[in-house]
Design a protein around this ligand. Sequence first.
Ligand SMILES: C[S@@+](CC[C@H](N)C(=O)[O-])C[C@H]1O[C@@H](n2cnc3c(N)ncnc32)[C@H](O)[C@@H]1O
Length: 210
Amino acid sequence: MGKNWIKEYKKEHYYRFAKKEGYRARSAFKLIQINKKFKIFKNVFSLLDLGCAPGSWLQVSKEFIEINLKNSKKKIKPKIIGVDLKKITSIEDIDFLKMDIHDEILEEKLNEFFDNIKIDLIISDCSIKKTGNKTLDQVSQIKICDRILEIAIGLLKKDRFLIFKCFEGSELPKFLKSVKEKFHKVRIFIPEATRSRSNEVFLVCQSIIH
Ligand SMILES: C[S@@+](CC[C@H](N)C(=O)[O-])C[C@H]1O[C@@H](n2cnc3c(N)ncnc32)[C@H](O)[C@@H]1O
């Protein structure tokens, strides 16, 4: 069995599975697999998704938060919001901002939405459009990652998780070092649903350093 065959099988498998489950993209399974490993949705009632279009991570998040609500004795109104350059088809009970994550007024808008209360979980699958030049793409992606870090440091609760996407390559170790200066625990995770030819990795960061 050739490697290409396995890759295509995996891609098709997750595509069909996403369709069957009503998810907007195969990437839904990446978030499910991240949660299976790290239990990032534990006690989560407020969530920010940066680079959320078409919205499958928001769909998955809503499901986990609904389970948390069922299991909670407290009456909590969940707050879920996604941000993207591209508009998404709306999802009930989820807010959306059509905005560049680099926009300086983003934090102000988010603080308004979350009533100036820090957020339980920040997730991001945000990525640049790849040019094919791996070094250039990695540098551009790190600019996005730097901005995600900046937003998270300002808005995330101290002991909670930030999940975001990076590309493997020569720039990663230096960037990783800077992330480790900001979070107590930083792990690299490649979900099974990530295509084998992709160089994407997810950083699972927990507990901001005061
Ligand atoms: C892989 S997709 C996200 C898929 C999403 N997690 C899902 O499951 O539906 C990456 C997204 O990042 C968005 N993006 C890239 N750069 C951005 C930026 N500077 N500001 C906001 N969104 C951005 C793209 O528009 C794209 O929709």
